[in-house]
Design a binder for this molecule. Structure first.
Ligand SMILES: Nc1ncnc2c1ncn2[C@@H]1O[C@H](COP(=O)(O)OP(=O)(O)OP(=O)(O)O)[C@@H](O)[C@H]1O
Ligand SMILES: [Mg+2]
Length: 418
């Protein structure tokens, strides 16, 4: 715990009020005490085909990926930060049993689910039922962020700009744009192209461009057959494409904690499109390399400045209006006038540790913040602990005990009087 013992009181004083400094100092102490005692499980998406994973195999309404490699990156960072014990475990029907056997105190969700509908919500729902705290969105938030139709309805209601959209499901009959009243109402007067995509998707899979409304019926059928779920139709935004990450206000720089006055918006990057690339190519087909991600210039007099401000504002607005509690990455695209529109909020953004030329959209923006990968992982952990200790103590008895002097008693089992 070298970094904690040397930087225990290394709280950025210039940005903090005395009260805020006191709380962050206390939190830094709590984290330093807790970490070596903590058993944490990083959870990735189990395969439904694995022996004993599920009772019945069903469909994947969201294209499945295990995310195990990224779970290992997160676990390695937690180990370097001094976590007492770090396990990497698959989400499947044995998860609860496994967490109990291993006496896990805290889970880190890095799973898109195993199968079925709203799969991103299954693990947090299970952990809520088990009474285990976790780093990740609560089940309702996870499901509504991962469903682009539900998400867009929410941000539209909050007045956050997003492309006009319509959901379609074959249960309401074949799509006939020329006769469909809702279609005509939503897209009245629109002469540009459309984008058709799964309501719950990832990595641009099954995201398609349609030149005109005549092409839509065939495309929506195709996506429905691939996903067995609603299909989203929206207007095509022809401008540049950007991302911004946003998470809670407790952050770590050089392993020293700080508490900002608002949500932390960072990693404002442009996803560089090739001249003929309408839909950003899936990372399953082409890795995210540094030439495809351009961190926006931080200088106030640079042409990037208004876009950076716009992205940061959008990030903070989504975080506040949807009452988010942990990291999301917003995907944003401009129209022909350069105005920004939110495409989606990824509830489990890629946290692959940077390696050579390959990076992730979020980690490409860390350097500018004077943060490294381990700082990001510590930020997400500390922010969650702060939230649990300040506002959700009822869900954090065990962690609170481990973070204080009583932790030793609890750990050795002396507390139960036996
Ligand atoms: N309305 C739109 N206008 C222009 N391009 C769009 C639109 N919607 C989606 N795209 C393109 O399709 C890509 C994938 O769309 P979206 O981000 O909604 O889905 P996704 O598959 O969840 O993406 P990912 O997981 O890669 O972030 C976007 O990065 C963008 O290039
Ligand atoms: Mg996206």
């Amino acid at each position: 715990m070298d970094w904690m013992s040397t930087q225990r009181f290394d709280v950025a004083p210039q940005e903090s009020s005395p009260r805020r400094s006191a709380r962050i100092g206390e939190l830094q102490e709590q984290v330093a005490t807790l970490l070596p005692r903590l058993r944490i499980a990083v959870i990735f998406g189990g395969s439904k085909a694995a022996e004993g994973a599920v009772i019945n195999q069903t469909v994947n309404s969201r294209s499945w990926k295990s995310y195990e490699a990224v779970a290992n990156d997160i676990a390695a960072a937690l180990q370097r930060l001094g976590c007492g014990q770090v396990l990497v475990v698959p989400e499947d029907m044995r998860l609860g049993e496994r967490l109990k056997q291993e006496d896990v105190h805290l889970a880190w969700l890095n799973s898109g689910g195993v199968q079925g509908y709203s799969p991103v919500a299954h693990a947090p729902a299970m952990l809520e039922m088990l009474g285990l705290p976790y780093i990740g969105h609560d089940p309702l938030t996870a499901a509504s962020l991962d469903n682009k139709l539900a998400f867009k309805r929410q941000i539209k209601a909050a007045g956050i700009p997003t492309a006009p959209f319509l959901g379609w499901h074959p249960a309401s009959g074949p799509l006939d744009p020329a006769r469909n009243e809702a279609f005509q109402r939503v897209f009245a007067g629109w002469t540009g192209g459309f984008v058709v995509k799964p309501v719950s998707g990832r990595a641009s899979l099954n995201v398609m461009f349609a030149e005109s409304q005549e092409a839509l019926p065939e495309l929506v059928e195709h996506i429905f057959l691939a996903t067995h779920n609603q299909v989203l139709i929206e207007t095509f935004l022809p401008g540049r494409e950007y991302c911004v990450a946003v998470c809670g206000p407790v952050i770590a720089r050089g392993r020293a904690l700080d508490r900002l006055g608002e949500a932390f918006a960072f990693a404002e990057v442009e996803r560089v499109l090739d001249p003929d690339e309408r839909i950003f190519t899936s990372m399953d087909k082409r890795p995210i390399t540094r030439d495809r991600v351009r961190p926006l210039n931080a200088a106030e007099d640079d042409a990037d400045a208004p876009v950076r401000r716009g992205l940061r504002n959008l990030g903070r607005r989504v975080f506040a209006d949807l009452a988010l509690e942990t990291l999301v990455r917003l995907d944003v695209r401009a129209n022909e006038h350069g105005e920004l529109f939110v495409l989606e909020a990824n509830p489990k953004p890629d946290l692959k540790a940077p390696e050579g030329q390959v990076t992730s959209l979020i980690c490409a923006g860390l350097e500018e913040q004077s943060m490294d990968y381990d700082d990001l992982i510590l930020s997400l952990l500390a922010d969650r602990l702060d939230r649990l200790f300040s506002h959700r103590r009822g869900a954090a008895h065990q962690l609170l005990a481990l973070a204080g002097p009583a932790g030793e008693l609890l750990q050795t089992g002396v507390h139960d009087g036996s």
